[in-house]
Design a protein around this ligand. Structure first.
Ligand SMILES: Cc1cc2nc3c(=O)[nH]c(=O)nc-3n(C[C@H](O)[C@H](O)[C@H](O)COP(=O)(O)OP(=O)(O)OC[C@H]3O[C@@H](n4cnc5c(N)ncnc54)[C@H](O)[C@@H]3O)c2cc1C
Length: 397
């Protein structure tokens, strides 16, 4: 593995840096770094700029609107966008259903949906999980029964991220209850405005409205909105999950997270010295940084494999486990650094107050971020499930 960037790669990096400096919206700067809650328009503002430039879907094949960048260039892109604290684009269209549609969809589905995913006109959500069917996804019970040229769908999905904004959702539904679990599932594209769909908020520990329950009652979905063959949806589902895990290590964003902790610890006092000069605190920062560097090298090895034509294998499970643990440790250390200034922002504490709580501004999202990031070891396939995959596929146990 060659760790040096070529002159071409360095020129590309400069081009990306200049583009971000000139085009990233002023009003979004610092928002993500501060952990501010981001709205639909925040996500779409950056999405539209990238679409105009032709850079919104670097991983897509060029014929469908991708950039044709090498894996190294894609790595540079993710590094530079994280370095500049650019908002991460919503993955449900670009990284999940888009690749499913261009790989398994009909020409009509490709023509209808792909341009609107690229432009940001359609906001997508992922209807996989159900109460009782998360890790054991294949046990899902939401049922679709064919009636003429429509399916009639009944059931409940849960943890559906950002479904409150969604125009479309991709849903796994059971179309054959007698077949073996994985063989009776189909993959449907559902217009979220169809009568019979109810989206109810789930407010999480940090106080955010990020996830939802989605209820489907006699929802009529045209058969032409089924991707791939009936009862073969598991093939699309697995393909999509592999894409979901790519980039899940979040190395570039964690680098910024550590820099933010250092900034906080330079401002916070520990007696008559900055907190960052406290050897115990400094050691924790150093351990985090060391683990992150090790993770980065693992990610680079995986990228080198991809560049040599080997697809993401079970090492993506390792990237997921280590990446999510580091993300959580960063929020833990940030909370430790702000100390009691984090307390006014614990959910429910001081609700209804009209006075600005005491303490520095950087403290205000620290506790909500800490709570919010508990999710990282659960979503995208829980870390316990990733350990199982490593045990089976890598260790042969
Ligand atoms: C913030 C957030 C956003 C999400 N967004 C979406 C979304 O947009 N769309 C969507 O479809 N889903 C989404 N999910 C759901 C997510 O995919 C599931 O929560 C996840 O797959 C775990 O399933 P579960 O919650 O049913 O837990 P369970 O599967 O019930 O697991 C409970 C615990 O048991 C452990 N466990 C389960 N089985 C095993 C096993 N075989 N071996 C060892 N341990 C095991 C798990 O690791 C976990 O610790 C989201 C979840 C969260 C937290």
């Amino acid at each position: 593995m060659d760790m040096e960037f070529t002159a071409e790669d360095l020129a590309f990096r400069d081009e990306v840096r200049a583009f971000i400096a000139e085009n990233y919206p002023q009003e979004l700067r610092g928002k993500q770094d501060e952990g501010d809650e981001l709205g639909k328009e925040d996500f779409l503002a950056w999405h539209r700029i990238l679409h105009k430039k032709g850079w919104v879907a670097p991983a897509w094949p060029v014929e469908y609107g991708g950039t044709g960048w090498s894996p190294t260039q894609r790595y540079i892109w993710s590094e530079e966008t994280a370095r500049a604290d650019c908002i991460r684009l919503m993955p449900f269209g670009l990284s999940m259903v888009g690749p499913v549609i261009y790989t398994f969809g009909t020409p009509e589905q490709k023509a209808k949906f792909l341009p609107r995913i690229l432009s940001g006109e359609d906001w997508w959500c992922q209807g996989y999980s159900e109460p009782g069917s998360g890790s054991d996804l294949a046990s899902l019970r939401t049922k679709a029964v064919q009636d003429g040229d429509h399916y009639v769908v009944n059931g409940q999905k849960t943890w559906t991220t950002m479904a409150q904004h969604a125009d479309w959702g991709f849903f796994l539904v059971r179309t054959d209850s007698d077949a073996k679990q994985q063989e009776g599932i189909s993959f449907l594209l559902v217009d979220m405005k169809t009568p019979g769909i109810t989206v109810r908020p789930i407010i999480t520990l940090g106080g955010e409205h990020e996830v939802n329950e989605v209820w489907l009652e006699d929802v009529r979905v045209p058969v032409e909105n089924r991707v791939y063959e009936e009862n073969k949806g598991w093939t699309c589902a697995k393909f999509l999950l592999a894409h979901e895990r790519t980039g899940i290590a979040g190395v570039a964003a964690s680098k910024r997270g550590i820099e933010r902790i250092k900034d906080i610890a330079r401002s916070e006092q520990d007696g008559d010295r900055p907190l960052l000069a406290n050897p115990f605190f400094k050691r924790k920062v150093a351990e985090l940084q060391t683990d992150l560097t090790a993770l980065e090298f693992t990610e680079l090895r995986s990228l080198a494999g991809e560049a040599a034509g080997r697809g993401p294998g079970p090492e993506s499970s390792l990237l997921k486990i280590k990446g999510s643990e580091i993300q959580q440790r960063i929020t833990e250390l940030a909370l430790e650094a702000v100390g009691h200034y984090g307390a006014p922002y614990f959910r429910g504490f001081g609700e209804g107050d009209n006075e600005h709580p005491i303490g520095p501004d950087y403290a205000h999202r620290t506790a909500p971020s800490y709570f919010n990031m508990r999710k990282t070891t659960i979503y995208g396939g829980s870390n316990e499930i990733q350990h199982n995959i490593i045990a089976k596929m890598v260790l042969g146990l």
